[in-house]
Design a protein around this ligand. Structure first.
Ligand code: PHE
Length: 465
């Protein structure tokens, strides 16, 4: 632990890395599905409320605890929470911040590999042909049930292996040479591709129908607790907070460097890309081409069907050449978002092995590789049921539980006053005082109440089934 820990090379580097972690499958596959499912514009009100009361403050909490722990040589949940609170029990609670990200990774990397396969199917024309023949659904189900192959290997496993290697190749080169360099190239490219797609969508006929669906709220929906629950868990997932990923990234920030503005910049970039880019590219064409009602049915058939089955069909309506380009751009955009997120999900585990178990980098990466490969393969073998369990446990529950742990330890054990001072250290902006009260009272209470509702609404049963 006495060894000198790596540090980010530049402020823009860490901002892009955190934005890269945040922008991912959640923005382009999950968010549009949730908006359509929850009645369009109505979803946006709880979404923005949750963003302001949980997303922004919890990110500040994670950044400041991470920077603090990093000063003392810790880079993951157990060490950081212990260093900040000086309570031995915090170590055990902190371990959720290592297990949670691993659980997310087992599934996330598999989903990411579907996208790589779809880049291949776009390039080879397989997907366009399926779209012309109305068989994108069949292609998707054959692919995920391992019936499609590349040579002697099932295509699903081939692309999984490749995606897995890409992730490990990036983290092998470390924070500065691996992650920072990668995001500096990929994030601007992602933004460029995203805006190009938005401009294309804005030329569609009947644009106003799609936009109205996204932006005209139906206030009666606000009485539905599910809308609130979905909006809040989406904010957690999309901003990457409540799981320890940001904690680890922030542990590589220099001790006197700003976190207040950096965190806000990364967070706002993510929300912009989610709401404007993700929302527009997917929802507007879906509503125009299929009609809102049908789009709703499409997403209830599984959130991922929207990206892999419906989108290629929608692109088809743009004519053969344009549709090919747009389709390829869509999957490349998704893949970039996926990789810059999954490398961040690997970091807490890696940092735990390096900093707390004191293993050398190469050994730490090999150990992490073996563990994640084993469990990912287990999920692949377990099929739909395993994917569902990992989704609920990892993508939803772990985030809320660890987010509650962080908020409570920060606000009530460390204390709002000390916490507030830590957030403001080296800050490049003045944060409004009101946030001191939000962080101390509203953020922890909000998450605890939400967890209660989750359990009350049958969440636990769902998990035990
Ligand atoms: N925020 C990422 C996305 O939107 C997912 C993620 C969750 C990444 C938790 C890191 C930690 O896809």
């Amino acid at each position: 632990m006495n060894r000198e820990r790596e540090k980010w090379g530049s402020k823009i580097g860490v901002i892009l890395a955190v934005a890269g972690s945040a922008v991912g499958l959640g923005n382009f596959l999950v968010f549009p599905g949730r908006v359509v499912e929850n009645g369009g514009g109505a979803f946006m009100i709880p979404y923005f409320i949750a963003f302001i009361l949980i997303g922004i403050p919890l990110a500040w909490i994670e950044w400041s605890m991470g920077r603090w722990g990093g000063r003392q040589g810790h880079g993951s949940g157990p060490g950081i929470l212990n260093a900040v609170t000086q309570k031995p029990y915090a170590k055990y609670l902190g371990s959720i911040g290592v297990m949670g990200p691993l659980l997310i990774f087992f599934l996330y990397v598999y989903l990411e590999s579907w996208i790589l396969a779809y880049i291949w199917y776009s390039l080879t024309g397989v997907l366009s042909e399926a779209a012309q023949n109305n068989t994108t659904g069949e292609l998707f189900s054959r692919f995920i049930s391992h019936e499609k192959s590349i040579g002697p290997i099932p295509a699903s496993l081939f692309f999984f292996g490749l995606t897995f290697l890409i992730n490990f190749a990036v983290i092998y080169f470390g924070i500065r040479r691996g992650i920072e360099k990668t995001v500096k190239v990929l994030m601007p490219l992602l933004l460029f591709l995203g805006i190009a797609l938005v401009l294309k969508v804005l030329t569609l006929e009947n644009l106003s129908e799609g936009l109205a669906f996204m932006w005209n709220p139906d206030f009666s929906k606000l009485r539905d607790t599910k809308v609130w629950f979905d909006a809040t868990s989406q904010v957690f997932f999309t901003t990457s907070v409540g799981i320890g990923a940001i904690l680890t990234y922030a542990s590589y920030v220099r001790k006197d460097q700003d976190i207040a503005l950096s965190s806000l910049t990364a967070n706002s970039t993510n929300v912009f890309i989610e709401v404007i880019v993700g929302g527009t590219i997917v929802i507007v064409p879906a509503v125009i081409c299929l009609g809102a009602i049908q789009a709703q049915e499409v997403t209830t058939g599984g959130i991922f069907s929207l990206g892999f089955i419906t989108m290629p069909m929608l692109f088809q309506e743009m004519g053969p050449t344009v549709s090919w380009v747009v389709q390829l751009t869509w999957f490349v955009l998704l893949f970039i978002g996926g990789v810059t997120s999954s490398i961040s999900i690997l970091q807490p585990g890696l940092s735990f092995i390096e900093d707390e178990l004191n293993l050398q980098r190469k050994k730490a990466i090999s150990l992490l590789g073996v563990i994640t490969l084993f469990f990912s393969l287990l999920i692949i073998a377990g099929g739909d049921t395993a994917i569902n369990e990992a989704d609920i446990l990892g993508f939803q529950l772990a985030l809320l539980v660890f987010g509650a742990v962080e908020a409570v330890l920060f606000a009530w054990v460390l204390g709002g006053k000390k916490g507030w001072q830590e957030i403001q250290k080296g800050a490049d902006i003045g944060i409004p005082q009101i946030y001191r009260h939000i962080i101390t009272w509203i953020t922890p209470t909000f998450i605890l109440v939400l967890l209660f509702f989750w359990a009350y609404d049958g969440g636990m049963e769902h998990l035990l089934m």
